[in-house]
Write a protein that binds this ligand. Sequence first.
Ligand code: NAP
Length: 353
Amino acid sequence: MRQKIGILGATGMVGQRFIQLLENHPWFEVAWLAASDRSSGKPYGEAVRWKLDTPLPERIAAMPVSPATPEGAPRVIFAALDADIAREMEPQFAAAGCAVISNSSAFRMQEDVPLVIPEVNAEHLALVESQSWRRASGGYIVTNPNCSAIGLVLALKPIEERFGIEAIFVSTMQAVSGAGYPGVASLDILGNVVPFIRNEEEKMQEETLKLLGRLNGNRVEPLGAKMSAHCNRVAVEDGHTESVSIKLARKATREELIAAWAQFAPLKGRDLPTAPAQPVEFLAAEDRPQPRLDRMRGAGMAASVGRLRPCGLLDWKFTVLSHNTIRGAAGAALLNAELLVSLGKLDPVAVPA
Ligand SMILES: NC(=O)c1ccc[n+]([C@@H]2O[C@H](COP(=O)([O-])OP(=O)(O)OC[C@H]3O[C@@H](n4cnc5c(N)ncnc54)[C@H](OP(=O)(O)O)[C@@H]3O)[C@@H](O)[C@H]2O)c1
C-alpha cells in the first residue's frame, strides 16, 4: 500500500509540482492538501490557478483544501510555504509527530536540521535524531536547499571529493518561476534583467558550504572554501543557469573533471524512483546547456554542465543548469522523502526509544 502524504502550500508553484510529480508515484499517495484561508474549504480545482503543462488530475481537483493545521493531516508532509509562514507552521506539524519535508529557507541553517541533497550529503540526515520534536513525538524537519544552490552543489560535489575546492565564484541567471506565482511583474522582467533577488546571494553562499560540509557529531562543519555569489533574475520561465569559476586544492585536468562528473552515481543500487541515473550530465557542445533545451534532462532531476575551460582568475570555469521547480524544489523534497523511506525513517514515522 502507498504511504499517504499531505502537501502544505499545495496551490503554489512548488505545491503544483508536488502534485504533478506525485501522480502515479509508486510509494506515495496524495491524501491531504492545505493552503491559506483564501483557499481552505474550496475544492482544489477551484482554489488553484494551475500553471503546469500537464492536466490537473481529476481526483486531485475534486479534493477539498484543508485548513493548514496538523489535526487530520497525514504523518508525512511536503511543505511549500513562504519562509515567514513556514517558520511558524512547520514546527507545529513536527511537534504533532509529522515528518516535515520542507522547501522553505526557514530552518535550513538551524544546527539540528539537515539540509540535504541525497547524492551529496545523505549522511547529514542523522541530525533529525537530535531534534527535540523527534524525541517528543517522532516528528522532525528535513530541508532541501535553495533552487540555485542545488544545481551548483551537484556539479561541485564530485570535484570537491576528488580534488578539494578552495574558492567558488558564481553568477546566476534565474528563471521567473523561482519567485512563485504571480512572482515578478511582467513589466519588470520582459526584455530585462533584474540584478537583485532578496537574500538569495546569502542563502546560496551559506547553504553551499553547509551542503559540502562534514557531519561531526550533532553538527555540520561547513566546507572551508571562500565563496562569492551574484544572483540575477532573467526572463526565462523555468531553469536556473549559472556561470561558475573554482579554485582547486589539487590540480586537475579537463579530462579528470569530466570523468568526475561522469562517474558520479552515489545513489546507484538504492532504486529511488525520482533519482536520475546520471545526476550530472556533461554536454560537450560549445553552446550548451541552455534552459529551454536541457532543463528536462533526467526528467528535470539532472544538473547539466558544459563550457568547461580554464579560468584566468581561478583554475576552471563552466556553466551549470538545473530545473528550479523540479530538481530545485518539489523533486528535491520527493527524493529526500524516498531516501528517508530507504533508511527506514519514514514508514511509519517511528518514535525513537
Ligand atoms: N519556486 C521555486 O522555484 C522554489 C524553489 C525552491 C524553493 N522554493 C520555496 O518554496 C516555498 C514555496 O514557493 P512557491 O514558489 O511555491 O510560492 P507560491 O507560489 O507563492 O505559493 C505559496 C503557497 O503557500 C500558501 N500560503 C500562503 N499563505 C499561507 C498561510 N498563511 N497558511 C498556509 N498556506 C499559505 C499559498 O496558498 P494560497 O494559494 O491559498 O495563497 C500557496 O499554496 C517558498 O519558501 C520558496 O522560497 C521555491
